[in-house]
Every structure is written in structure tokens, then in C-alpha cells.
Design a protein around this ligand. Structure first.
Ligand code: NAP
Length: 263
């Protein structure tokens, strides 16, 4: 099944591909016939993933080591992809830090701004420009329910996720009546290695895992909706939560609901 390749082009880049959601997206587009460019900090792990994807899906892979918290990290990425027939970009990586705003080191704030906003915007701008010019391509950006409610004690992360969501929704509208599909997928709890690390042990942790979505279900639902909507809250339970927050709660009440998780 080479449907994604036929529709969007030869190569797709996943920014934050090493594990979790990014890895599942890389596998999904490879299954759709696209060659994958895997970007992240852990080069060895990315190379292993690339080899596994090449073998399973008979596509090509490239690995680019980059740390999105560093300014100018995109120079090497854009240089490495400039001669390729690009058709897909997904910005997946995120950075969070728990604690009150003023108790978090300024250096950490700058890193979060880079990962969650500046590098994201540079990549979105760059590949959107290419896709618009060729009138073909797919952008898939990843947001979070914390960007819907706001996220006390993880405030900058939540604000960054709101930025990704609102920016992508607007650009999605701008790209209507073209052959460029633009989507932001808003995720709730999704079982990934980094999410598991942040879960409590015991019964509370078990309940959280039971309520969370798998990456496979998440990615299948996202790809089933591409070209149909620009903004998707993934999962019935998450959609019901958003509906409840937006219809039955004030913004203060929704922030308090999220804040209580970290108190
Ligand atoms: N999991 C959830 O429950 C959940 C819920 C809501 C929203 N989301 C969103 O879903 C996305 C993926 O979540 P996830 O749990 O799969 O995330 P993750 O594991 O924290 O990050 C995904 C990938 O990004 C790469 N990455 C992280 N920081 C990077 C940096 N500074 N530079 C380059 N690459 C970096 C990591 O690889 P390296 O370590 O090799 O760099 C990792 O493979 C995020 O945008 C997150 O906000 C997740």
C-alpha cells in the first residue's frame, strides 16, 4: 500500500522520532510507502529504528541528529533535506518542566521556548513553504489537552501546546482549496516511554495506564481523519473531556482541574 507516497511524495520527516508517538508516525508513513527522515538526539537509537523500518516496509531511511532546544539546530536539518522530494512533516518533540513558573530556571524556560515554539515554527514555516509551492504535502503537528485547559505547574508546556494547536488550525484553514493537508492532533494520555516515566506507581498508575490510549490507536485515528479535519482531539474520552471543560467550566475551573493533578 503506497497511498501516502502517491498522494504526498517520496520523503517524510519526523521531528522527534526516536520513540513513542514519533516512532509510531514514522512506521505509519513507511507503511504508506514513504521514505523516512528520523530526527532526534539519540542517534544510535534512531539508526536502529531506521534499519528496522527499512527492513519491515522496504523504504529508505535517513537519520539526522539534532537537539531542538539549540538555536540554529534547523540549519543541518534543512540542508540534509533540500534535494529530496519532501511530502510529509510531523513536529512531535516537546519539552516540559514541572514546578511554578518563577521556580523554574530561566535556562529551562529558554529551552522550552526553543523546543515547543521556535524550532517548531521554523520547521512548520520551512516545510509549509515547500509544500505550498509544489501544491502537495501533509503537515501533522502534535498538541495536548494541556493546551486546551492550561496547565498549572507545567504552565509553559501547556501554553506552548496551545500555540501549536492555534497556529496549525489557522494555517489549516489557509491551506484549504489546495492539495496540502494540515492537521493538529490533540492528544490526551498516550502510552509512550516518556509518559510512563511520569506515572505514579501502584493503583493510581495502573488506573492511568488503563485509561490511556495506545500509540497505535492514536496514530490510526489521526490518519483516518487526515484531509477531513484540520484539528482533531484524539479519542472519544478526550473529546468528551474537552466538551465538558468548554461547556460546563470557566477557564479558572478548568485550570484548577488540571492544577490539582500536580498538587
Ligand atoms: N504521551 C502522552 O501522554 C502525550 C499527551 C499529550 C500530548 N502528547 C504530545 O505528543 C508528543 C509526543 O509525545 P511522547 O510521549 O511520544 O514524547 P517524547 O517521548 O517526550 O518525545 C518524542 C520524541 O522527541 C524527541 N525529542 C525530545 N526532545 C528533543 C529535543 N530537544 N531535540 C530533538 N528531539 C527531541 C525524543 O527523542 P530523543 O530523546 O532521541 O531526542 C522522543 O523520541 C509530544 O508533542 C507531546 O506533547 C503526548
Amino acid at each position: 500500500m503506497n497511498s501516502l507516497k502517491e498522494k504526498y511524495g517520496e520523503w517524510g520527516i519526523i521531528l522527534g522520532a526516536t520513540e513513542g508517538v514519533g516512532k509510531a508516525i514514522a512506521e505509519k508513513i513507511a507503511k504508506g510507502g514513504m521514505n523516512v527522515i528520523l530526527v532526534g538526539r539519540r542517534e544510535e537509537k534512531l539508526k536502529e529504528l531506521g534499519a528496522e523500518i527499512e527492513k519491515t516496509y522496504q523504504v529508505k531511511s535517513k537519520v539526522i541528529r539534532a537537539d531542538f532546544s539549540l538555536s540554529n539546530c534547523t540549519d543541518a536539518i534543512f540542508e540534509a533535506t533540500k534535494d529530496l522530494d519532501m511530502g510529509f512533516m510531523s513536529y512531535v518533540a516537546c519539552l516540559h518542566s514541572f514546578g511554578k513558573l518563577q521556580d523554574t530556571d530561566w535556562e529551562k524556560h529558554e529551552q522550552m521556548i526553543n523546543v515547543n515554539i521556535i524550532t517548531f515554527l521554523k520547521c512548520f514555516y520551512h516545510y509549509m513553504g515547500i509544500f505550498a509551492k509544489q501544491d502537495r504535502g501533509l503537515i501533522l503537528n502534535i498538541s495536548s489537552l494541556t493546551g486546551v485547559t492550561s496547565s498549572p505547574y507545567n504552565a509553559q508546556y501547556g501554553a506552548g501546546k496551545a500555540y501549536i494547536k492555534k497556529l496549525t488550525e489557522a494555517v489549516g484553514y489557509e491551506a484549504e482549496k489546495t492539495n496540502v493537508d494540515v492537521m493538529v492532533a490533540t492528544l490526551g494520555s498516550t502510552i509512550t516511554p516518556s509518559w510512563l516515566q511520569n506515572q505514579p506507581g501502584g493503583e493510581a498508575g495502573e488506573a492511568a495506564i488503563k485509561a490511556a490510549m495506545t500509540t497505535e490507536d492514536t496514530i490510526d485515528e489521526i490518519f483516518d481523519n487526515i484531509g477531513k479535519v484540520h484539528s482533531l482531539v484524539v479519542g472519544e474520552r478526550n473529546r468528551n473531556s474537552v466538551k465538558h471543560w468548554q461547556t460546563d467550566m470557566t477557564a479558572d475551573e478548568a485550570a484548577a482541574y488540571m492544577g490539582r493533578f500536580y498538587e
